[in-house]
Write a protein that binds this ligand. Structure first.
Ligand SMILES: [Zn+2]
Length: 328
């Protein structure tokens, strides 16, 4: 009642569990419970595609078990099925039971083969405007890029990181795809601010196609400023309010908003907020807790409505202190 091709076989990537469909590698469905149920599903699909059923016959295919342990490339298991068939001919009902085994062979898909061989198409260079990264910045950046690449992997199987190299000037991530490197650069800039530059280096000529082969380097330069930081720029205090390709700042003395290129801020001095006590409101004055010094304040309106004796946060410039607005 049924016929199954003798060479019926399921090919599965031992690393990512993709299935070879004859034309290409298909990613495993995201909702697979475990390897065993995934292999059963693959084998069932292969059977449904390849099994020929006698016209008029009804068959019921039931998976029984996976025989053998899934392993590395080269290993094999079998998925056992029970097929029950029913066929009516001249008023007589025929029933048959068939035991089938669909072999599953483990191999490596193109992507995983390239990954294992250390293949990369682009280098994402993470640098800083200051010329170096601190240990904690390195840790944070490596985690951020690794996590972002993992989320890209769901849609782009080549978005793997095949190597990470820490250099004096920053971190190099070796990526399987140029488009993934570009997306990661974009995410870095959205999160930390900075600039992106792309360059291409001729690395050879493809023997088969005669086409030139290029390697892409995407260089992200990150600023050392974060939203909330207070800096001194042309003698005035500014708060960083937004990061991106350019920096958005608010002048604390009058609330003016400006945008600047990161290059212009490379030398900007970061001011350290510190506690002080209000001792006078007209003219505004505070005593710095750290030194006990009395300082005149820029008249920013931040002291309006504050009582004498109130503890505030200030930054100190040559011309006096700036009281920072209270956090909500
Ligand atoms: Zn794979």
């Amino acid at each position: 009642m049924i016929r199954v091709p003798e060479d019926l076989e399921v090919r599965v990537c031992a690393q990512c569990l993709s299935r070879h469909t004859g034309l290409r590698w298909e990613h495993p469905p995201g909702d697979a419970e475990d390897v065993e149920s995934l292999l059963i599903e693959y084998a069932l699909r292969a059977l449904e595609d390849e099994m020929r059923v006698l016209q008029g016959a009804r068959v019921d295919v039931r998976p029984l078990e996976v025989k053998g342990e899934p392993g590395g490339p080269g290993s094999r298991v079998q998925v056992a099925f029970l097929v029950e068939g029913e066929w009516e001919v001249e008023g007589e009902r025929l029933r048959r039971e068939y035991h089938l085994k669909v072999p599953v062979t483990f191999t490596l898909c193109h992507r995983c083969m390239k990954y294992r061989s250390g293949f990369y198409e682009a280098i994402l260079q993470v640098r800083s405007f200051r010329g170096g990264l601190t240990e904690s910045e390195r840790k944070e950046l490596e985690e951020f890029v690794t996590r972002s690449a993992e989320s890209l992997l769901k849609r782009d199987p080549m978005a793997f990181i095949s190597d990470v190299k820490h250099r004096d000037e920053g971190i190099d991530f070796y990526l399987g795809s140029t488009s993934a490197a570009r997306k990661l650069a974009r995410r870095l800039v959205d999160r930390f601010g900075g600039t992106v530059r792309e360059s291409h280096e001729l690395v050879g000529v493809d023997k088969d196609t005669g086409k030139r082969r290029y390697r892409t380097s995407i260089s992200v330069r990150l600023p050392h400023l974060r939203p909330g930081d207070v800096i001194e720029l042309e003698g005035a205090p500014y708060e960083v309010t937004g990061v991106g390709e350019r920096c958005t700042l608010r002048r604390l003395t009058d609330g003016t908003r400006v945008r600047r290129d990161w290059e212009e801020l490379a030398e900007a001095r970061r001011l350290k907020p510190e506690p002080a006590i209000v001792v006078n409101t007209d003219p505004p004055q505070v005593v710095l807790e750290r030194t006990g010094e009395t300082l005149d304040c820029f008249d920013t309106g931040a002291l309006d409505g504050l009582e004498i004796g109130r503890r505030v946060t200030v930054v100190v410039l040559d011309e006096g202190a700036v009281v920072l607005p209270e956090e909500d």
